[in-house]
Ligand binder design. Structure first.
Ligand SMILES: N[C@@H](CCC(=O)N[C@@H](CS)C(=O)NCC(=O)O)C(=O)O
Length: 229
């Protein structure tokens, strides 16, 4: 068996999850200094929660829901991420959702992989900073324009958002996460160079991941943050 020279990190996320955003920004910064190969893997969190029989946990324990929101301002300040909860979280998260955005990211991941990070970041900025919607095709076109995807290409990808192949690929990514034990987001699979896989839940596990792979975790690394606007 040949051993890999780089640690591969599969980062499963949904742009509706603010914790997945925090982890995404943290890992984007660490990606530049750790010897890792990061794969960004958009998955549909509600599908995963359902398959993992974890929907009730999240929505029915009021103290947990309250805590989830209460912790966000300190994380936002720590990492320097301009995070603002939408004024009507139920409408933004449950009613409008992220399925179109995730399907769009799924297409980008296969056809324009370099655009996945700027597109996902712009989606989070819209949903979790500026209170702008991300559930319609026209929003994907606005996002594409902002990050520099030519209109014709963007239009062609938006037209395939509802294609059965796109849906199937998003479901497959969720299933892969579920098979590795996922029950929430972010879900992080670290494939160490000895061929083993280690799974982690949360944006708050990077010090443990650093220890596992023999790297350093000096905290927020705000000096490596992009300009958020
Ligand atoms: N402590 C974790 C919390 C992550 C978290 O609460 N993620 C939510 C989605 S935004 C989730 O997966 N919840 C499932 C659960 O609580 O079981 C972190 O800091 O990232």
């Amino acid at each position: 068996m040949s051993l890999a020279s780089k640690v591969r990190i599969d980062y499963f996320f949904d742009v509706l999850s603010p914790y997945a955003w925090i982890g995404f920004e943290a890992l984007s910064r660490y990606q530049t200094v750790w010897n890792v190969d990061v794969r960004w893997r958009p998955f549909f969190l509600f599908g995963v929660l359902k398959k993992a029989e974890n929907v009730g946990q999240l929505l029915q324990a009021p103290c947990k829901a309250q805590y989830m929101f209460a912790e966000l301002p300190s994380l936002s300040a720590y990492y320097g991420i301009p995070l603002n909860a939408p004024p009507d979280p139920h409408e933004a998260i449950i009613k409008k959702g992220s399925i179109s955005a995730l399907r769009f990211l799924t297409i980008l991941n296969e056809e324009k992989v370099d655009m996945v990070v700027p597109a996902a970041r712009e989606m989070w900025l819209r949903r979790w900073s500026r209170n702008e919607d991300i559930h319609l095709g026209e929003h994907m076109l606005q996002i594409s324009r902002k990050i520099g995807i030519p209109f014709k290409e963007a239009d062609d990808m938006v037209a395939r958002i509802a294609h059965p192949d796109t849906k199937a690929r998003l479901t497959e990514t969720g299933n892969e996460a579920i098979e590795s034990g996922a029950f929430g987001a972010p879900w992080i699979n670290v494939h160490t160079t000895d061929g083993k896989m280690h799974s982690f839940w949360g944006s708050d596990r990077f010090h443990i991941i650093a220890h596992l792979i023999g790297e350093k975790f000096p905290g927020h690394m705000r000096d490596k943050a992009p300009k958020y606007d």
